[in-house]
Design a protein around this ligand. Sequence first.
Ligand code: SF4
Length: 257
Amino acid sequence: MNALEILKKTPKTNCGKCGYPACMAFAVAVVSSGEDLAKCPHIEAEDTGAQVEQVRDPDTMLLKTLKNKVGTIDLAERAQMLGGRMVKEQGSAMLELSYLGEQVLISEKAIITASGTEPDPRDQILLYNYLFFGGKGDLSGKWVGLESFPNSISKVVTLKRYTEDKLAREFEGRKDELERQLVAMKAEKAPECHADLCMIVPVLPKVPVLINFWDADEEDGFAASVKVLFDENAMEFLDIESLIFAAERLAEKACGQ
Ligand code: SF4
């Protein structure tokens, strides 16, 4: 079975009992990383022994699956919920969103940037996840660390290594350069700041990320450090892996990668 066939076996209720936030994510994990089909208690027992078609490139497989799903949703409705807007390009209705300071257009066929190029597949997967998550409310305006979210203990280490430590190392002694890079992503200074630099980066319209930067203090022997915060309601707009990836992409872009 491939991912779509597995998805069809699930009730598509996104109940989370398998440990994944959505049936789609579970189906892709089964084919891409050998997740056990029996983890979904709703799949018939005779199906759980079925042959699963493993794929070598999970990103490509996932992207294909996600693309096929766009036609099943109302883009105009999502545009309102996700802070985007509908535009017409070459006769087709597309959802326009801002992603890390750049406009991207999402249609039933593809995701393209305003300059007409296809974003990196990993960015496309993030954008599709944002689209399908749908957004279930408003931002709270209250900032919290990743550790405040459920099941985040092991993920805090990933955020520290690939985002916080990366930014701290790259911009030690270069606070103004960090500010310049973040402003290029349409970041604004946070109204309250208890660090040397506090910038709110609108990674996606409903996924702002607050970067707190403390520069090195040679006198006291402290190296530069960074703490990333998310809106308390961020998980209404993205799953935890996607939130971490969003922060990682922010760091990579700031570092010119
Ligand atoms: S347990 Fe089954 S129905 Fe529930 S989210 Fe997972 S795959 Fe979907």
